[in-house]
Design a protein around this ligand. Sequence first.
Ligand SMILES: Nc1ncnc2c1ncn2[C@@H]1O[C@H](COP(=O)(O)OP(=O)(O)OP(=O)(O)O)[C@@H](O)[C@H]1O
Ligand SMILES: [Mg+2]
Length: 226
Amino acid sequence: MTVIGIASVKGAPGVTAFALALASTWPGNVVLAELDASGGDLAGHRGLQPDPGIASLATEIRRERDVEVLTRHAQMLPSGLKVIPAPSRPAQAHAAISALAGVLPEVFPKLLRETTLIADLGRLTGASVELAGSMDRLLVLTRPKLTDLAHLDGLPPNAELVLVGRGPYPPKEVTDALDLKIRVHLRHDPAAQAFLEGRRRRTRLVRAARQLAATLAVSAQLEPVP
Ligand SMILES: Nc1ncnc2c1ncn2[C@@H]1O[C@H](COP(=O)(O)OP(=O)(O)OP(=O)(O)O)[C@@H](O)[C@H]1O
Ligand SMILES: [Mg+2]
């Protein structure tokens, strides 16, 4: 299984919208998991039940780790995308994700090889930093503003940046100053909220995500199988 984490370090730069857009446009088998310890938003945006989801997964994974364990806890959106929603309550989400963080890095290599997991990690803190570091890719969203960029210290070595919207710093200045690769620069998308809520399917964000998904999917296939 290829695992791609999407995260932020500050503010709400659009992690959930981007993770959903990337998963919705992924060219192959994909599952979107909400591993946001501050509480999930997908169930609220899309009118999903809290279960099955991250909490039921955290309970089962202690005793059962077969190749289908993740997909058993997924729900399907009308588009056909499989999502594992996090509880919206922070205390419940935090408990489930703390339990999963210790187990998932060991479980990922045993899961279906032809499936990609896209994980909405929310804002990286505590246990989620280590979990993020165990993923094949880690895309960290940030606005190119000094106040946001100042929080990018101490990211795991697999981190790459996704810049969102405009700021005073052009991408080259950001990379030079931070020594982090910029994977993509997303423009402001006024239809992001409508996309999150399932009212729009084709938006600027979705187009950008589709391009990136195609590139990442090819490089994932080229990686040697261990
Ligand atoms: N590319 C974008 N351009 C403009 N607005 C965006 C973009 N992506 C998301 N938004 C808007 O920003 C707000 C936050 O988006 P989202 O929930 O995806 O952020 P987040 O980083 O997951 O936040 P949180 O940390 O609270 O989970 C929403 O109102 C959303 O519609
Ligand atoms: Mg979010």
